[in-house]
Design a protein around this ligand. Structure first.
Ligand SMILES: [Fe+2]
Length: 337
């Protein structure tokens, strides 16, 4: 490398910020110069203004470059562009093919959740998520038969699991609550929104760290506190009731999955604090997490997930456990036996 190249490289390293290649999907042309990091140097792979099609982007992913780089100000332009797309689809959801709109909105919503994680105190970003989620909820509530295909298509979009988990978990919760015939549409909407935002406190740790199996002690400590952090982030900003904030606060009180992260003063199975709805939020979250792959483990089968849920709840709630089993067997009727 010549001295000039070296200078250029170190200048680039200082001015570039990371992004995911996924942020360029569904754009006609690139609003920014995109660089990949290869052989210890940054190489421009997409020029600003270049025509984009999914083949080009898939090729880049296949070459191992999901994480790419751009200039900081261009990243802002890109973020604004994607937020504008989400705003547009949210406003015009009822026009055209609703299923296609749902797919597109879900993709943009998940992209934008990344922006919220990067800047969780940004009111505009939070409000955009909330408004879009409400529109999406209405479609999902009215079309339960479409849930499985929406779920399968969403998984195929290949977002990072930190950003897929909130939707999958909230979708299952919506389905189970609707299946129970015990809640009004408004009740279910509030629970759906509560469940979706319950993990926003996880934004205290950079997303890349969630790919590691072993977090540092300090990261574990932050993570074990994420329910409280979520409440702190959302309090006074998200339109849900104090009871729903309580659910967020206690949404891991039932979990035995990552016991080392449990708060010592909280007993598992202590349902008197959290109530039945908290348990449902937690149970659907556990199932959503277990049946999805993580970078450090394979997914479990639905039956294994239900086995764990059985241990957690069937003694106290045999009827509700049957309801959950019934719901998930119906949900996956096309893919599981
Ligand atoms: Fe959580």
């Amino acid at each position: 490398m010549t001295a000039r190249d070296l200078f250029r490289q170190s200048h680039l390293a200082l001015s570039l910020v990371p992004l995911t290649i996924r942020e360029l999907f569904n754009l006609p042309s690139s609003p920014c110069d995109i660089y990949a990091y290869e052989n210890e140097s940054f190489k421009q792979i997409i020029r600003k203004g270049m025509y984009l099609d999914s083949k080009v982007l898939i090729g880049i992913i296949q070459a191992g470059h999901i994480k790419v780089f751009t200039h900081e100000n261009e990243r802002r332009t890109l973020t604004e562009l994607q937020q504008q797309s989400l705003r547009t689809i949210t406003r015009s959801f009822s026009m055209g093919n609703p299923h296609e709109n749902c797919k597109k909105q879900l993709s943009l919503l998940t992209l934008n959740l990344r922006y919220l994680f990067e800047d969780p105190t940004n009111d505009e970003t939070l409000n955009l998520q909330y408004q879009s989620l409400k529109i999406l909820f209405k479609y999902l509530f009215d079309n339960p038969k479409k849930h499985e295909v929406i779920y399968q298509e969403f998984i195929k979009q290949g977002h990072h699991y930190i950003f897929t988990q909130p939707f999958v978990s909230a979708l299952f919760l919506l389905g189970v609550l609707k299946h129970s015939h015990a809640y009004s549409e408004k009740d279910i909407e509030n629970m759906f929104i509560t469940s979706y935002f319950k993990d926003i406190g996880m934004s205290a740790i950079p997303v890349e760290k969630y790919d590691q199996e072993d977090l540092t002690e300090n990261d574990k400590k932050i993570l074990s506190n994420h329910a409280d952090l979520s409440v702190q982030i959302l309090q006074g900003r998200l339109q849900i009731s104090p009871a729903h904030f309580k659910i967020i606060e206690a949404h891991h009180s039932f979990s035995t999955l990552r016991t080392e992260m449990e708060r010592p003063n909280q007993k598992t199975n202590d349902l008197t604090i959290s109530g039945f709805e908290t348990m449902m939020v937690n149970i659907t979250d556990i199932i959503a997490a277990m049946i999805s792959p993580r970078p450090y483990r394979e997914p479990t089968t639905l039956f294994q997930a239900l086995d764990l849920v059985k241990i957690l709840m069937s003694n106290q709630y045999p009827y509700e456990f049957k309801l959950i089993v019934n719901y998930f067997k119906n949900f996956f009727s096309n893919t599981v036996g």
